[in-house]
Design a protein. Structure first.
Length: 77
């Protein structure tokens, strides 16, 4: 039986240095920890003209807000 993926597990894996890819609003993103309470979010699947920012610095609060809408979460090697 597979356990449910929780925000606490996501946060711990980001804290441990993992880079995590996920889908949000039909776009593919990469997120990783830069410093305490600072995470870099990169748009990795985009077209030339896209309204989505390619790079963004986000806080843990924003990551927590995004978590329920993240789909296809996987680790980047």
């Amino acid at each position: 039986m597979e356990e449910e993926y929780t925000f606490e597990r996501l946060w711990q894996e980001l804290h441990d240095g993992y880079q995590i890819c996920y889908t949000y609003l039909e776009k593919r993103y990469l997120i990783y920890k830069v410093t305490d309470n600072c995470y870099k979010q990169e748009l990795i699947d985009y077209t030339e003209k896209t309204p989505h920012p390619k790079f963004a610095m986000v806080t843990l609060k924003r990551v927590k807000e995004l978590f329920p809408f993240m789909q296809d979460i996987e680790y980047r090697v």
